[in-house]
Each structure stands twice: as C-alpha cells, then as structure tokens.
Write a protein that binds this ligand. Sequence first.
Ligand code: IVH
Length: 678
Amino acid sequence: MADESTRARADELRREIERHNALYYIEDSPEITDGEYDVLFRELRALEEAHPDLVTADSPTRRVGSPGKGAGAAAGEHLGPVRHAFPMLSLENAMDRSEIEAWFARTLAALGAVEPPAWTVEPKVDGLGVEVVYRGGALEVASTRGDGEVGQDITRTLVTIPSVPARLGGRHVPSVVDLRGEVFMRREDLARLNEALEEAGEPTFKNPRNAAVGSLRQKDPRVSAGRPLAVAFYALGRCEGWRPRGQAGLLAWMADSGLPTHPADLWRSCGAPEEVLDFHDQVLARRDGLPFEVDGLVVKLDLFRHQEELGERSRSPRWAVAWKFPPLEAATRVLAIDAQVGRTGTITPRAVLEPVAIGGVTVRHATLHNFDQVRRLDVRVGDRVVVTRAGDVIPQVVRVLQEERRGEPAPLAPPARCPACDSPARREEGEVYLRCPSAACPAQFRRRLRHFAQKSAMDIEGLGEKLVDQLVERGLVRDLADLYALDARSVAELERMGERSAANLLAAVDASRGRPLARCLHALGVRHVGEHVAEVLAGRFGGIDGIMDASREELEAVHEVGPAVAASVRAFFEAQENRALVGRLRGRGVRFVPVERRTGGALEGLTLVFTGTLPHLSRGRARALATAAGARVAGSVSRETDYVVAGEEAGAKRERALALGVSVIDEAEFLRMTGASL
Ligand code: IVH
C-alpha cells in the first residue's frame, strides 16, 4: 500500500497532467514543453507501477490519447495513423425493392434452421465514418475509418463535439469497446455555418459529409469546437467484458450509456421482411423533413449470434445491407447563368435551369457557388448538367455531361461589373468571392433589409422577401432607418397588403424599437458579427456607444473576439455613413437597449459555460440572465471557467468540467445564484 504522501503526490500529478492536457488539447496554449510534460508523466507512471493500488480508472496514464504515451494525438501526431482492432467494413448496396427482397431470401437461406431471425432497420446517415475507443469507460482514442484497416487520429477534434461523452455512464460498461458511428451535420446547422462562412468570404461546404470531414481534419481543435457537429453511433468493433446480444440491444445500451445514437423514431426492430419494407416507405416519405440527411436505410440481422453465423465477405458483412433511397439528382439543361449579389456584396453565379423534378420538388435554379467553381466544372450555357438537391441546401450543379455538349459554347467569364448596380466588381487577393464594392447597390440593400428584419435580429414579423422588394422598388425604404418612418397609407397600397396588414406591419416595426443591444448589433450586418459575437460584444461593452468607440485593441482584448472580428467592427464604425445610420435609427426611436448591469451583479466577474438542454430556459435567455448578472459566458470549458451549467444531454463539456475540477450546477442552482425566477 502506498503511504499518504505518495498518494497525495500521485493525485497532484494527475491533476497537473489533466490541466496540461486541457491547455494543450483544448486551449492550444501549453504552459510547459513536451519534455517537461514527459517528466511529470513518467513520474506518475513510475508511482503507479510501484503501487498498483494508486491506479485510477481515468488516470491519464491509461489513455492512449495522452501526449506522454505518444501513441495518440499530440499536436504533431494529430491525424497520425490509428489501426482499428477489427477492420471497419463497408456495406453492400441494394438499389431497389427487388434487390432487398433477394437479400432477404439469401440471408434466410444461409441462416438455415436457426430460430426465426429479427432485423434492425436504421437510417444510413450521410457523414464521415469514425471509431471511438472507450477503455475502462473512458474515451481513449478516436479515428476516421480510413481504408478500413488504418484510419487517422482525430481525438483532439472529436472530443470537441459536445454530445460525445468523455466517460460512459449507464448500467453496463464494457472493459474495452470500439464504437463506430457517423459524424455529420444537421441541415439547419450546415445552412447556418455556410451562411457564416460566406459572410467571412470563405468557401462553403457542399454537403454534410464535406462539412464533417473539413471540420474534423482541422489542426486547431478550437475551429472544430466552433462547428456544429453531431454524431450517431450504430455499430461495435471490439467489445470486451459486458456485451449486448444484438443490434437493437446495442442501440438501447448506447442511449442508456449517454452515447448519441439514432433518434428512437428512426430505427425499428422488425420480425419479418414485410415490416422492414413498410418502415422503409414511412422513412422515405419523411425524408425531406428529417433534421439531417439520410441516404437510405441499413438493414441488419439483429442478433450478434446470427451475424456471426453468416460472417463476412472480404470487405462487407453478409448480415447487413444498405438499402439506398433513390438519388436526389437529375439531369437538365442550363438555360442561362446569372449572378446574385449578397448582403455583403458577394457576387455568386447561379444556373437557370430547364425545370426538373427532383424527389418531388421542381428545381429551376442551382447554385454554382463561385466563379472558380464555374471554371472547375467548365459549365457553359446550353450544357446538360447533373443537379442534386438535398433538404434545405440550395440545389447545386455537380457535373457537366460533357459528351452531350453541342457545338462550342463560350466559357463563362466572371462579370466585370455588378449585375445589380453596374459598379466595377472586385476580387481581393486570397478571396474566393467576387464582390460589388458599392455601398449604394440596391441588391445588397434588399439583402441587408431582409437580414435586419429576420427573426434572430430585429424580428419584424411580416417583413418578408416580397414586401422588402416592393418597399425598396417603390423607394419607400432607401435606408434601414426609413422603416421607422413608414406611413400606413403607402404600405396599405402595396400589392397583397391592405389596411389591416399595413397596421400589423407598423406594429411589428414599432415593437422592434425595443430590441436588446445584441440583436440590434447583429441586425446592422457587420461582417463577422453573427448572433454569438454580437452577444459577446454587448455583454462586454454594455451599450452601442461603447462598441462604436472601442479601439481595435480593446475589441481584441475581449475573449472570443479575434483580429478579423476586431478589424471588421472597427472598420464598420469608422465609416461615417454607418455612424450616421446608428444616429438615424436612434433618432427614430430604436433604443439599442443596453445590457442591464446591476453593479456588483450576483455573478460579477464569473465565467460560465452552458451545455446541454436546460429544462426551462432557452440558451438565449440563460445567457442574457447570466450577462445581466455580470457574468461572462464562454463557449468552451477551461480552468478559468467558474461554473458549468449543465442540462439534459450535457456531454463532453460537463465531463471536461469534472476533469478540471470546475463546479457543475443545474438550472435551478443557476437561477438561485442570479436571483432570477422563470
Ligand atoms: S453499419 C459492418 N450503420 O455507411 C457494418 N453504417 O457504406 C458497418 N453508415 O462505412 C457499418 N449509417 O460509415 C452502418 N446506420 C449505419 C450507417 C452506416 C451510415 C456508413 C458507414 C459505413 C458506410 C458503408
């Protein structure tokens, strides 16, 4: 048995190593060299070897991912090779009903006389296949599928996904378990991310798979942490110690252990092939409305015993099959290529198509993203092209059917001038997008007005696209502040309006005068200032004047505000026309309602992180309460965090807090501390 002082030293070493791990992996700002880290690590390992009673289940020495062991994810080794204990197989496809029926016939014949089998049917998620190893219940290493034998180490970035637990909870914890799943992005999250990337002038992601790959292969885990990634686990590799009996048991165990898996209404255990066919039709009918992209169903023989009996071919199991949905793509002709001007002046090419039905929707336009993409695809007017559409993502041209090209249509050159206002178009060094630099461009203004009115900004109900177009075309709104001087009579005369709708619109405009500072700031459309950054700035400066007058240094000193954001905010408020706009808005009653700061607020000087779903408070309201009480709200947990407020499905952030010794509290406790009530 180790004596007290040895035990204390081991504890201290573990805490220190965890702290350095967090600095290294999460904050990317190590305080010590790798050599110094090694010394601590070796001392702990030596103590544990000499006194096995000192070893704890979650000791850093037991995790391959620790830099000290060198086998995992130290900076230089990020994306280094990881060999899967069992190969990660792929799936054979069934393209239609006859192929799936043939597969059922084959599996039933191969199973012979065993008891009647069951099948588990689940979504085929379109993302990136990954494996995560848990040893002694603790996350050890995460890797991509790679070639099925060896993948890339993505531990550092995977652990930034909040739903991935650092430790397994639940009743049964296998001693070692390889969990396989898919990293993906929900449609809504992908659309929002693309909007932000576009605003920042960066290339957007074409589908959830690309978004997942691009976000996990980041060197800097802080970039991945800012990406709204999700995971669904659905399969086992190695599993030692306790083990479920079959696929349905596996999915249920995952849910019980706190592992993200398929939503309960998207998988089913079926006792007969007819039930599988039925479920397929149900999911296919819901396809467009699902929160993430599903490109088919995976049908698995349920019991592991039955799976083992059937075994594998070289690369795919005989006991499972991917039943693909019909592709959401079609070929059609490009009638013209026009260009659209975004809120910040980006000029994006768009194909005008001969209308074509794809998965029940008529598609008339498809994005070409940018002019480099036009050149890469070599798309020309008159070409037949393949167009895909996926959920809410704008349809896109993926390929030109070169062999069907007639004659020699001219290649498309990027426009020299803005298609809306004829200003000379510009493309800055290193930028992906061509831009219209004119502040007076009406196309940009229409987009700005839509942005200003949207729900997450000034939330002016009823001010949709059609109305914006009319207000701008008739010259009723030439400047954002004109909205606050509209008169009911001219609004009532607009198409599809009338007195009642006009009165409603004016009431909605009036209500927006009292929006809080953060929303007003977001509404102004400063580049790089989305909802979150706006809240951070509002929380720090309290009022619009403070933000308008903040120097670049002051802005950069704000946690979560980088040089690009600081420069953009500064440039925006240095421009006389923008200061004048704020003045006009104020003159018409927009209050930029300052953050209410009770001096000596209950949470003054504290840093909070929210994670998971709180029972009553929305994230926005919780943040507002915290900021009003003087706290700073951060996005990731570090040793500077004072409290983590954890709700339902709190994952890695909660675990990290526990590992770093940060207090974890629930909503009730948070409310008590702020002195607020629901
Ligand atoms: S099971 C041996 N289940 O599809 C069976 N795979 O085409 C291994 N995938 O590499 C996979 N959703 O990345 C399984 N519900 C699901 C899936 C799924 C997506 C991916 C996975 C796999 C690929 C095979």
